[in-house]
Every structure is written in C-alpha cells, then in structure tokens.
Design a protein around this ligand. Structure first.
Ligand SMILES: [Fe+2]
Length: 327
C-alpha cells in the first residue's frame, strides 16, 4: 500500500504504491451523496458522521489506506504522490475529507463557517486585515506548536495536503517528537526542574483575542504542558502561554517563566526535527498530542496546503470549541 522511503525516529516518508482505480470516484460519489452543499469545498462535520464513516470504510482502497496509516504506529507520515493532483478542488477535498474520516472525526476549523478543510495559504494583501491574519494565512515561518492548545480537547491528529509547495526553497514542514524534547530536558538540572514543573503545574493558554467570543473578555485554558497518558503528551504554544501569564500574573513565577523559556529554546533551536520540503501531492499526517509542528520561513505567496484536524471523539461528544484557523 505504502512503500517506505526513509524513516527518522517515529516520522517517516513513504510513497503510494497502489492504484486508486474505480474507488476514487466511488469515494467522491459517496461523499457527494451526503453533502448537498460542499460548504465552499470546505465541508463541515457531517451530522451523521459515524454512519458516513462506516459507509466509506466499505470502500477497500480507502479502508486499507486508513489502516496502513494507523498500523505504522508512527507520529508523523508524509505520503508522497498521493494521486489527487488531477482532481477538481471539490473532488480533491472530498477525498481528503474521506481519508480524514477513516482516522477519526474531522472538526471544524472556523466557528462561523464550520469549515473542516482549511486552506493554508497567504491571503492577498488586499484581503489582509493585519489583526485577523494567523500562521495559516500569511507567508513567513510558524513557531513550533500543537494545534488547538488553548482549548479543552485538542484534536489527536491532523493532516496537511500539499496542493502547491513553496517554489522559493522555503516553507519546509517541521515536526518534533515530544520524546526528543524530554530527552533534551533530561540532560541538565535546569531541564529536569523545568520538566517537573511543567508536568505538575497548570499554565494559562490564552485564546487569541481574534477568536475569543468577546475581545474584552480574556479567555484562557489552564493545562499542564506535559502530561503522562499513554506515553508523554504535550500541549504547546509559546505566544499563547506568554499572553496567558501576562493576563494571569498570579499564576506566574520566575521558575515557571524560566521553564517556559528553556522549552522554547529547545523546541526552536536544539531538539532534532523532521525538516522537509514536501512536494506537491503529498499528504502529511501527524499526531497532535505527541509532536509539535511548525514551518520554516518562506516567501512564495502561491504556497497552498489544505489542513484537516481529526478528533478521536465524534463531534457530538466533544467538549468546548473545535480548533481554529490559527496554527
Ligand atoms: Fe498548526
């Protein structure tokens, strides 16, 4: 199904070695039958998503692809040459939605439109109101982070599909395994103190003002950075934590600030990382609880990816908002 090309730690690059055959149009027809409106080709969490999931899993190629991703027990997998580049936007996004649904339950990125498939690309200058642009809507780099860090239930997984890679030798995708961050922390006394503090102490993750219900109301979510739960998990977004601590100085302390700064230094500079320029028609699947992701600086405004976040919990049973367009 997937041929290994290379593997670094728990992150691998593979190549599709199957033919979609007739199953590609069967997937598209099945999704089309359930969505009368593609919601601007962004879809939305389908009200009958569990039934739709069962139906899609009856399509052999799709089921086997989902199983192959899950069976690998990896934390990140880039599948090159996925075979969707010839499709229209609507059909390509339908297949991406279907692949995401084999892995869990796609969540809406935008609370207003409920879009599930989100375009990660720079907005044109005339669409940009500086205050409303986020990592996913501007050129440049993105600091290492987990998605939805400031909400109660960050999705377990996300996918990025490369429609058009940056043509400027930039915009590489970056992933760091949380175990590598822990390993770096264990090397020094300061690191061990930081790890202990960030495992036992809640820190406030501020919800970006743009997404909070009311701008005057500072919203934040309290959670530890590290959590032991079926292996070590991480929740991280440096700017959100700094803003959270500024809003709640009563929760701050010099030791906590030192710990945050140390982890930031490790994730931005020291920890080993997957660092790849992913070509067009690549699907990057990643674990949002056990890895951080980011992207290297780029300037090509035509770079275009599609992102879908996927929760293990059906949308009807999720707590709090789903992800946002930031990240
Ligand atoms: Fe992100």
């Amino acid at each position: 199904m997937l041929s290994a090309i290379e593997q670094t730690g728990k992150i691998s690059i593979v190549k599709r070695n199957f033919s979609w055959g007739e199953d590609l149009s069967l997937i598209i027809r099945t999704v089309e039958r359930h969505f009368s409106d593609f919601n601007g080709n962004g879809f939305y969490p389908h009200p009958e998503e569990e039934a739709l999931q069962r139906e899609l899993l009856n399509i052999p190629t799709l089921r086997r692809l989902g199983e192959a991703i899950g069976r690998a027990a990896l934390r990140g997998m880039a599948i090159t040459d996925l075979g969707l580049s010839h499709l229209s936007e609507a059909h390509r996004n339908a297949v991406l939605y279907a692949i995401a649904l084999t892995r869990g339950f796609p969540t809406s990125t935008d609370q207003r439109t409920k879009r599930v498939a989100w375009d990660v690309r720079a907005k044109r200058a005339n669409q940009q109101a500086a205050r409303f642009t986020t990592f996913s809507e501007r050129v440049g780099g993105a600091e290492m982070h987990t998605d939805s860090s400031f909400y109660p239930m960050p999705e377990e997984q996300f996918m990025l599909y490369v429609v058009s890679a940056a043509r400027c030798n930039g915009g590489e995708s970056l992933i760091i395994d949380v175990d590598d961050i822990h390993r770096e922390l264990e090397k020094t006394r300061e690191g061990r103190i930081a790890y202990s503090l960030l495992t036992t102490r809640d820190v406030p993750f501020r919800v970006p003002a743009v997404y909070a219900a009311e701008d005057d109301n500072v919203e934040y979510y309290l959670a530890p950075v590290f959590r032991r739960d079926g292996g070590l998990k991480i929740r991280w977004r440096y700017d959100s934590i700094l803003k959270g601590l500024a809003a709640r100085p009563d929760l701050s302390s010099p030791e906590l600030v030192d710990a945050i700064e140390l982890v930031n230094d490790i994730v931005e500079r020291q920890a080993p990382r997957f660092h790849r320029h992913l070509p067009d028609d690549t699907l990057l699947w990643a674990d949002n609880h056990h890895t951080l992701h980011g992207r290297a600086m780029y300037t090509d405004p035509e770079r275009h990816l599609i992102r879908i976040r996927t929760s293990n919990t059906p949308n009807a049973r999720r707590i709090g908002p789903s992800g946002i367009s930031a990240d």
